[in-house]
Design a protein around this ligand. Structure first.
Ligand SMILES: [Zn+2]
Length: 404
């Protein structure tokens, strides 16, 4: 019915919305990025988070942590991400406490003249609620989970797993896509950071599809020991930085450590219920204006390039994410992309800004016994899925992915 009008207007040289729609429909069908984003699925994302929670809080240096690493590796292999390796390092805890923010005794600000500096360089604004790490097993009411989380961490050998999608044109260049698989707090570490780990695993699944080709390589890595001070990602930088771009053996076309093009971290992807109320409580529902926070660090050596990368992700969100928008901020902090930030463009994606928002108590389940799969609704899980859509779309463009 529309066709005669379109033909008439076209003949008259008048651009129309209908004409644009007619032209864009087949173009969208052939857009490989749209095709890949369509392979993300809320139920599969949720099932992967649920799978991770069978290992409780996955605290580093425990059997449940090692079992989770094995499970993640088995999943990656089942997706066809068969170029799998493990980084091995030793962890000896220092006598100093973990780098978590000191707990607040009350919802009060600090500093002078109304300026309250937050971690990473931002400012606390408005109401600030209590934060901290729960170390009391008895605050976990579920006795099965309490027992699962009970064995303590022991110092010593550690492993973290990664798999690589090898680029067809530039195998010696790669983007690193990460999340940390260890947790704390006597819960299930479902959000921190099962949500980021599952996101990275789902991207590994999609990019490993037999019909997917990428010009450049992508490394999917699940860091260990994040909660003790980024020890797993620091070990990776220390061990592998000097190996970048070396073909080994020479002439083989194999690059055990492709040159780093960027590092993209995912940590706590689900919960954006807004600022705490003056009584310290939060909205029980995801706020309708929830967003994915893409952060770079303004003080990093690669700040300019990282900012450019962040805007590339924001643009990918605008084009491909189904529900929630993305915001860019300049205060990336306390995350596994930090050890990379002076060597390569590094960004992180989160449910909120880490410094001024999460640090101000915007996530009441952070490092708490309530960080359980059952705590979150589909509106929460959908924020994580939108972050997955964002990274998948941005990455597919950066590595020039095609679908056969
Ligand atoms: Zn985390």
């Amino acid at each position: 019915m529309r066709t005669p009008l379109v033909m008439l207007l076209a003949a008259l040289g008048i651009p129309t919305v209908a004409l644009a729609q007619a032209a864009s429909a087949p173009a969208a069908a052939q857009d490989p990025i749209a095709q890949l984003v369509a392979r993300l699925d809320l139920e599969q994302y949720k099932a992967t988070i649920k799978g991770l929670t069978q290992f409780g809080d996955r605290r580093q240096g425990t059997d449940r942590n090692r079992a989770a690493v094995n499970w993640i590796e088995a999943q990656l292999r089942s997706y066809g991400c068969s170029d799998v390796s493990r980084l091995k390092y030793d962890y000896q805890p220092l006598s100093s406490p973990s780098p978590g923010e000191p707990a607040l005794s009350a919802a009060k600000g600090r500093g002078e003249q109304g300026v309250r500096p937050a971690a990473g360089g931002g400012r606390y604004r408005g109401v600030r609620a209590r934060t901290g790490v729960n170390n009391d097993s008895l605050r976990q009411p579920d006795t099965r989970l309490r027992a699962l989380d009970a064995p303590a961490s022991t110092p010593g050998a550690r492993e973290e797993v990664y798999c690589t999608k090898v680029g067809s044109v530039h195998p010696g260049e790669m983007y690193i896509v990460g999340a940390h698989m260890d947790g704390i707090g006597w819960g299930e570490a479902a959000n921190d950071d099962g949500s980021g780990t599952a996101l990275v695993m789902q991207l590994a699944r999609i990019f490993s599809g037999p019909d997917v080709r990428t010009d450049r390589s992508i490394r999917f890595i699940l860091w260990n020991n994040e909660e003790t001070g980024l020890n797993g990602s620091r070990a990776y930088v220390e061990q592998r930085q000097a190996l970048q771009g070396k073909e080994d053996p020479p002439g083989s076309g194999r690059y055990p450590e492709p040159t780093w093009l960027g590092m993209i971290q995912h940590d706590m992807m689900l919960f954006d219920h807004g600022m705490p109320r003056s009584d310290g409580t939060l909205s029980p529902e995801q706020r309708p204006e929830a967003d994915v926070n893409i952060e770079f660090q303004a003080s990093a050596k690669f700040a300019a390039q990282a900012q450019q990368l962040a805007w590339t992700f924001q643009a990918a969100n605008e084009k491909y994410a189904t529900d929630y928008p993305a915001s860019v901020g300049s205060h990336m902090t306390n995350t596994d992309s930090a050890p990379f930030q002076d060597y390569v463009p590094a960004i992180s994606l989160r449910e909120n800004e880490r410094g001024a928002q999460i640090g101000a108590g915007w996530d009441p389940n952070w490092h708490q016994p309530t960080d359980l799969y059952a705590t979150y609704s589909d509106k929460d899980f959908r924020l994580g899925l939108n972050a997955a859509q964002t990274t998948l779309a941005a990455l597919a463009g950066l590595v020039e992915a095609t679908v056969k």
